[in-house]
Design a protein around this ligand. Structure first.
Ligand code: CA
Ligand code: CA
Length: 231
């Protein structure tokens, strides 16, 4: 699919963009840096550029240019047919080695061969492309006027099974519907849900969910994007 010329151009762009601060337009194969939740490692917020190299940070070559590690062909509409994209394939674009915290560790493992060592790779964080959870989908899209319990609806949609317990629901920024989400209370999706400034976008919030499949099982954690009214 990709010619060598295209690939080279993309890499040169990615290299040139390592100094970008986030003000530029989204583009494919851009380097992005994401902050991660200190407790769970879940990706919370991302921006373009190679970041400061601090703690609680990961990197990704954003193949579809949407500013997030998760790469899908169509992230704005129906993306139910993307089950075969990217996962484990050998055609990942490769990031230039721009130094950073992998200095001195020439044998750092890079299991998806994208040029970013596993220790820094967002794709390996909970719920991302190389570490998907089979029980919780990437996002759930409650419709205007629908009655929803977004987290339970998401478990039902993905696996058809509810966990034994949902131990924690947190948000990195904002508290929109947080009380309902933590209590598992059903609510009616209103215009305000569609238009509020969420922690990801207009009408869109990312929550971090911790649960157990059985009372004695270890906890699992994943993020879930709630996209009210398909935002
Ligand atoms: Ca992406
Ligand atoms: Ca990698």
């Amino acid at each position: 699919m990709h010619s060598r010329t295209y690939l080279l151009g993309s890499l040169l762009f990615a290299l040139a963009c390592t100094g970008c601060t986030g003000a530029g337009t989204a583009s494919t194969a851009q380097m992005i840096t994401c902050s991660t939740d200190p407790g769970t490692g879940v990706v919370t917020k991302c921006e373009t550029g190679s970041g400061s190299g601090g703690a609680n940070e990961c990197h990704d070559l954003d193949e579809d240019g949407d500013g997030e590690p998760h790469d899908v062909a169509d992230d704005n509409g129906s993306d139910g047919s993307d089950g075969s994209d990217h996962h484990g394939s050998g055609d990942h674009l490769v990031a230039p080695d721009n130094g950073g915290s992998d200095d001195g560790s020439g044998s750092a493992t890079d299991s998806d061969h994208d040029g970013i060592p596993d220790s820094e790779d967002c794709d390996l964080h909970p719920g991302e492309d190389d570490n998907p959870n089979s029980e919780l989908p990437y996002d759930i899209r409650p419709a205007l006027g629908a009655t929803t319990q977004p987290i339970r609806d998401a478990f039902a949609e993905q696996s058809g099974v509810q966990p034994a317990s949902i131990d924690a629901v947190t948000m990195d920024g904002g508290t929109w519907r947080l009380a309902e989400l933590q209590a598992g209370t059903a609510f009616l999706v209103s215009e305000d849900d569609c238009t509020h400034a969420g922690n990801r976008d207009i009408g869109r919030d990312r929550v971090i969910v911790t649960w157990r499949d059985t009372a004695s099982a270890a906890t699992q954690v994943d993020h879930l994007d709630i996209r009210y009214c398909n935002n």
